[in-house]
Write a protein that binds this ligand. Structure first.
Ligand code: ATP
Ligand code: MG
Length: 650
């Protein structure tokens, strides 16, 4: 593709971003204004004009999925070969390359959950902490490491940052120190350690830093508002004294400050780079004027620091956002599933619909409701596509066929036919099996691979089986699942940067949004920004709902999220929907624990409705929320610890 044609799909401001191929660039703009599009086209333009070779570009994105999508987009624009990774994936890759060269010995094992180690550390400190406290302490240690505070600095830092840990700060500091000691003794590396160690290796070994800087000369960071001090330090080390850095972000979408991220690097970019080119984007290309109006309304009500990044809708009018109130969460899920079904029947593809919630624990109710309504769904964050047995088998077969060589390509069948043929050996056929069982799930996985081959052939008609296998391997290493046909179920955190035609924001009740443990004004404002992120994911249909009680017949009545005050009646379709209670689904199988979801076997537990060691009603929401948000962060940024990189690309 010609470099100039890459600029064609951009408005003048986006074009200015793409054309500023060198030096520091900062784009500060609201959701849906084309920030990600602008940087994608910028990279394509810079590589196609020959300003920089693709291998010299490091694009840092927030999730592995975003990284994968950026690579696919670049391939479509005729600019393959760019490295797009999360901070963690980039760090791990560099670390595993340099480990045998400058450190030696057994590489550490990566732990993606701190809980076990924190429990051991607490015990060694003579503290007896419950599950909730342990999770809280693990979160505090993560925060301290991300914000680069040592154990002895923690008590003062926690006061300055107005955090309210549930355990005494001095005790957290003791556990933190012990945690680090045990971690070193056991040769373990946590997520923060991965970044720290990479930065340390680069700082201490000049030749290593030179090698990395020789490889990467051109840096682009998406979602820069959620960069934390540790990531920023690593970025600075990568850059050295150079300044080919382009960052884009939206301060109103800062949703990770509870883990130490801060929009101050985005807002202070010009102070750090006085000669930076600053571009503002205001046209919202994603959402209808109705959705944009609600998004602007959510941010207008923000207290304290708020950033007036007005969005000006470009799309045609669409339906008004819908607000629905239900008796309980089961009724809410049932009706949401029914309405998703209706949209699909009206012609909206299932993959263009998302149901987003504040905490992952809400997902189970929706899975059951969707299954009952016969709506296919895909879980975001939990999917582990490349670890599914049928996918592993298919990859082995495809690899074998690619190795067997040219015969598959020379008989004139082309990539699509070859891939379909190989997949048929793994049980793939053109038509899905009846029903929604395991056979169907298996078919869906294989169909996704077949679709990927079609997409690849469309992007690059010359691509053959070896290129396809290489793409699969790259995706597997990055855990970048191909698009699967189904309604997306995801947390608001995981939905960042993505978009769908229809979005259902579920559970918009006090206690869930804002989440029950959000206490300080800063925490409350972060919850409001989560709503802004959720609202701005919708292109056309947007629906917000909440339930008055958690379970059928439940007595704890909740009220709709305070963030909706004054917004629900701005639009015309506020309509409490009461679902007929007699139609409620009967759950099959053993009764699950209300708190952790495990099947209850003991009679006493069934009577309680929860496992004996799960917290009682009072602490329930807090427990679920805490259990969840840690998992959420690590799931989104997780990279497999077993990946061995064989090539020398850092
Ligand atoms: P977010 O803040 O949510 O990450 P963003 O600013 O990164 O949003 P994009 O995802 O890049 O926005 O763009 C939003 C949508 O608008 C995408 O579907 C994109 O293709 C489309 N879009 C962006 N710019 C243009 C344009 N100039 N012309 C047409 N469509 C555009
Ligand atoms: Mg984006």
């Amino acid at each position: 593709m010609l470099a100039e044609s890459v600029l064609e799909g951009l408005d003048p401001e986006q074009r200015a971003v793409a054309e500023a191929v060198q030096g520091p660039v900062c784009v500060l703009a609201g959701a849906g204004t084309g920030k990600t599009r602008a940087i994608t086209h910028r990279i394509a333009y810079a590589t196609l004009t020959g300003v920089v070779t693709p291998q010299r570009v490091l694009a840092v994105t927030f999730t592995t999925r975003a990284a994968g999508e950026l690579r696919s987009r670049l391939r479509q624009l005729g600019a393959p070969g760019v490295q797009a990774r999360t901070f963690h994936a980039a760090a791990l890759r560099q670390l595993s390359y340099f480990w045998p060269r400058v450190i030696g010995g057994d590489p550490p094992k990566i732990v993606d959950s701190k809980i076990g180690l924190v429990a051991d550390a607490a015990r060694a400190c003579g503290l007896s902490l419950g599950r909730t406290e342990l999770r809280d302490v693990a979160g505090e240690i993560e925060w301290a490491k991300v914000t680069q505070h040592r154990p002895e600095d923690y008590p003062a830092a926690v006061v300055r940052a107005a955090r309210r840990p549930s355990t005494e700060a001095v005790d957290v500091a003791r556990v933190y120190a012990m945690y680090e000691q045990l971690r070193r003794e056991r040769n373990l590396l946590d997520f923060e350690g991965m970044l720290e160690l990479t930065a340390a290796v680069l700082t201490e070994h000049r030749e290593v830093a030179n090698q990395v800087r020789e490889q990467y000369r051109y840096f682009v960071v998406d979602e820069f508002q959620d960069v934390n001090p540790l990531q920023k330090m690593l970025l600075d080390v990568w850059l050295g004294d150079r300044d080919d850095l382009c960052v884009v972000g939206d301060p109103n979408q800062t949703i990770y400050s509870f883990t130490g991220a801060t929009p101050s690097y985005l807002l202070g970019f010009t102070r750090e780079h006085p000669d930076a080119k600053v571009v503002k984007l205001v046209r919202d290309y994603r959402s209808t004027p109705q959705v944009v109006r609600l998004a602007n309304g959510v941010i207008d009500q923000a207290k304290g620091t708020r950033h007036r990044l007005e969005l000006v809708a470009q799309r045609e009018n669409g339906p008004e956002p819908v607000f629905n109130e239900y008796d309980d969460e089961v009724a809410e899920a049932d009706d949401t599933a029914r309405r998703a079904r209706k949209l699909i029947d009206e012609g909206v593809p299932a993959r263009e619909i998302a149901i987003l919630f504040r905490i992952n624990a809400q997902s189970e109710t929706y899975e059951a409701a969707l299954a009952a309504a016969g709506v296919p769904y895909v879980l975001r964050g939990a999917e582990r596509f490349f670890e599914r047995p049928e996918v592993r088998e298919a990859v082995v077969r495809l690899r074998g066929a690619a190795r067997a060589g040219a015969d598959a390509e020379t008989d004139g069948t082309g990539l699509i036919m070859t891939v379909r043929h190989v997949l048929s050996g793994a049980g793939f056929s053109d038509r899905p099996p009846e029903g929604a069982g395991a056979a169907r799930a298996r078919w869906e996985s294989l169909a996704a691979l077949a679709q990927l081959a079609e997409d690849m052939a469309a992007d690059d008609p010359k691509a053959g089986l070896p290129e396809f296998v290489a793409e699969l391997e790259e995706r597997a290493a990055a855990q970048h699942a191909p698009p699967l046909e189904g309604v997306t179920l995801a947390s608001l955190h995981a939905a960042k940067g993505l978009e769908w035609d229809a979005v259902f924001l579920a559970g918009m009740a006090e206690g869930t949004l804002p989440i029950v443990y959000a206490k300080t004004p800063e925490q409350i404002e972060e919850e409001r920004r989560l709503l802004y992120v959720g609202v701005t994911r919708a292109r056309v249909h947007l629906s917000l709902s909440w339930a008055l009680a958690r379970s059928p017949g439940g007595s704890q009545l909740r009220r709709p999220s305070r963030f909706l005050d004054g917004l629900t009646d701005k639009t015309t379709t506020h309509m409490p929907a009461r679902v007929d209670r007699t139609k409620r689904r009967v759950t099959k199988g053993p009764q699950p624990c209300r708190v952790c979801g495990r099947p209850l076997t003991a009679a006493v537990e069934r009577k309680l409705g929860r496992c004996e060691d799960c917290p009682s009603e009072l602490n329930e929401e807090l427990f679920i929320a805490l259990k969840d948000w840690r998992a959420e962060v690590s799931a989104e940024q997780r990279i497999p610890a077993y990946v061995v990189f064989t090539d020398a690309t850092l």
